[in-house]
Write a protein that binds this ligand. Structure first.
Ligand code: 0L1
Ligand code: MG
Length: 265
């Protein structure tokens, strides 16, 4: 972890500023402009502190999300390795609700393969096969990301601190046992305003979304946690995210996992 905070920032003050930005719908420049030593582990310490604050204010921890597990996302955001962040019940978007514009700054939508865990998964050393054996069901989903940083400009430390641009997420209409699917081949079409703008298969996510789940278990083990039974796991955007302003309409069509429709409100 970075030893000497600069620019007057500390783990505590960055955490407080990020939650304030979220609550006030206020964007800001990345902290690493002033504190270049804010690395990934420092970002995780900030993320963990804010999870504690979220729980203290009544939110319930319900799972984890992975960030930047696909090449499309890594290239767009300029951060070239994956990381893990927290999901709470406050981030669940009821099916049919529009993008929650009133609490987000500049939402974007991305398609994800989502797991619901049947068993606890404790790293280190978890393989893709072991990870998939712990999954109860697989869903298509949409994550509505929202960065507290202006223009989504950040480094790995900044974005880890910002809980990997968490905003909201919704799951699709079909949940299947993992054995019923070849997740590398499960495809998604991204349709914006009636026009197909992007596509990918599950292989875009670390070769197989189960690899992303294994990565989450192994990364969390380093931080003293496991992926718990019953948790939801968002395995990371399969394609680049699309803007979701007022008046937009986005549909994500999965081969076997149904379609997710999101109005921009
Ligand atoms: O803002 C971002 O794109 C960082 C979070 C990435 C989320 C994802 O890759 O699913
Ligand atoms: Mg995502």
């Amino acid at each position: 972890m970075a030893a000497a905070p600069a620019g007057g920032w500390t783990v505590e003050s960055v955490a407080a500023e990020l939650l304030a930005c979220e609550d006030e719908r206020r964007e800001r420049e990345p902290f690493t402009d002033e504190w270049p030593g804010l690395d990934l582990d420092t970002g995780y310490a900030i993320q963990d502190l804010n999870l504690q604050k979220r729980i203290e204010r009544g939110e319930r921890l319900i799972g984890v999300k992975l960030g930047l597990t696909s090449r499309a996302k890594q290239q767009r955001m300029g951060v070239h390795f994956p990381f893990v962040a927290w999901l709470t019940d406050a981030m669940v978007l009821p099916v049919g609700d529009p993008v929650p514009q009133s609490r987000l700054i500049h939402p974007r939508i991305e398609p994800e393969i989502v797991f619901v865990m049947g068993e606890r998964l404790q790293g280190p050393g978890v393989t893709c096969a072991q990870a998939m054996a712990a999954v109860e069901s697989v869903w298509g989903g949409a994550e509505v990301i929202d960065s507290r940083y202006k223009d989504f400009r950040f480094t790995a430390g900044d974005v880890a601190a910002d809980n990997a641009s968490s905003g909201a997420f919704v799951t699709g209409p079909v949940g299947l046992p993992p054995a019923d699917l070849d997740l590398s081949l499960e495809a998604v079409l991204v349709e914006v305003g009636g026009v197909v703008t992007d596509s990918a298969t599950g292989a875009a996510v670390q070769g197989h979304p189960g690899e992303a789940l294994a990565l989450a278990a192994n990364d969390l083990a380093r931080r003293g946690h496991a992926v718990e039974a019953g948790w939801v796991v968002l395995t990371g955007g399969m394609t680049d995210a699309v803007f979701a302003p007022h008046g937009s309409s986005t549909a994500l069509h999965f081969t076997n996992l149904g379609s997710v429709f999101l109005s921009g409100g």
